[in-house]
Write a protein that binds this ligand. Structure first.
Ligand SMILES: [Mg+2]
Length: 385
């Protein structure tokens, strides 16, 4: 079997979004479906490639980079040589999210050929994964966070992750670009949520690097320990590793990082070696399922947890092929009041990560990544370029 074509289908769709305290119902977005086509007729697909989860299509610049630089590496070659392609793409310094899109389309292809879900091709370990509700940042007042957490608890979630205030002042409800943080307000959110949901619910906290000093991160971490949070994620910018090493030494709450710094499995291995975090973090837009699998293996070997970053069907496949001892949770979201996350995307006939009554997400049963594509919708909404 040989790859004969790689193409990208952009199409218009809409999805509920939430930005700085305001619901944006059915905001228009351009989604993309990347396809790897073979001479035998088998095709592999990957949706999205930017942003959080599967919702956001590749930008026009990313599309032209994928077709201009990556397609020539693939056409004419055996689609099952994923590791070879991964090495080539890494050596060619391709953007990690584009590597991820190509790698996932190749995994989807072998799953479709084998008529098995990708997680079973990788080696199935579980068919459902515990989820945590992951909030939008800047979701409103501390009381609004608390009400939302309670609603998630009632919906069945066992765990809830707060994204607090990011360069947005909750008092004035205005953007404050460059202001490092709103530490006191952030802690009010944590206290209000813990008081609302009680001691049983697992809580996590992710200020997304908005604490620019070690001292600020330390103060917040100590309060999170008092409130029995499960982890403190990405507290400071990830380019300076030394403050992370100090923070891990000072705090007992596990530090979960790095999540967004470049370098995929290599930086994750380096952070583990330097004891700069207690829990590592990776997702499929940092080099694909192949890179995420490598990272999980490194973490398992060192006895370090690897909490998979972001929602999305590719991340779910990695989790289905990993032990709960290493990768415990699926990040479901982003969520906010009024966002109908449970509605399936109109281009899929089945939702990709439905929540069950126990707070778990079931792996999609279909072959490959498990997309049930609605071609009538995609064809009717294609963007011609
Ligand atoms: Mg995060």
């Amino acid at each position: 079997m040989k790859i004969v074509d790689v193409d990208i289908v952009p199409f218009r769709t809409a999805v509920d979004r939430f930005h700085n305290g305001v619901l944006r119902p059915q905001a228009p977005v351009t989604q993309t479906l990347t396809r790897v086509v073979t001479d035998g007729g088998a095709v592999g697909y990957c949706l999205g490639g930017q942003g959080h989860g599967d919702q956001e299509g590749l930008t026009p610049a990313a599309r032209s980079q994928l077709l201009g630089r990556m397609k020539p590496l693939l056409v004419g070659h055996n689609p099952f040589d994923r590791e070879k392609f991964w090495q080539w793409m890494w050596a060619a310094k391709m953007p990690e999210n584009l590597m991820g899109v190509v790698d996932m389309a190749l995994w989807d292809l072998i799953g479709r050929v084998a008529n098995l879900p990708v997680y079973q091709v990788l080696g199935g370990c579980r068919d459902r994964v515990k989820a945590y509700a992951s909030t939008y940042p800047n979701m409103g007042t501390p009381d609004e966070y608390a009400e939302h957490a309670l609603a998630c608890q009632r919906a069945g979630y066992q765990a809830y992750k707060i994204h607090p205030y990011y360069y947005w002042d909750p008092a004035t409800r205005r953007d404050v670009p460059g202001r490092p943080s709103h530490m006191r307000w952030d802690l009010d959110v944590c206290r209000a949520v813990r008081a609302a949901v009680g001691d049983e619910m697992t809580l996590m906290y992710d200020p997304w690097g908005t604490y620019h000093t070690f001292e600020e991160a330390l103060l917040v971490g100590r309060e999170l320990e008092r409130l029995h949070f499960a982890w403190f994620e990405h507290p400071m910018p990830e380019h300076r590793v030394q403050p992370y090493i100090r923070l891990c030494r000072e705090l007992s709450i596990p530090i979960c990082s790095p999540e967004i710094i470049d370098g995929s499995v290599f930086t994750r291995a380096d952070w583990i070696q330097r004891e700069a975090s207690d829990i590592s973090r990776i997702d499929v837009l940092r080099g694909g399922i192949t890179a995420a699998r490598k990272t999980v293996a490194v973490c398992e070997a060192y006895g370090v947890k690897c909490e998979v970053h972001m929602s999305g069907i590719g991340n779910l496949q990695v989790l289905g092929a990993s032990s709960e001892d290493t990768c415990e949770y699926y990040e479901r979201g982003l969520l906010a009041p009024g966002v109908d996350y449970d509605a399936s995307y109109p281009y899929l006939k089945e939702p990709c990560d439905p929540l069950d009554a126990d707070g778990y997400v079931r792996l999609p049963p279909g072959p490959g990544l498990g997309y049930a594509l609605d071609w009538d919708y995609i064809d009717a909404n294609r963007v011609e370029e």
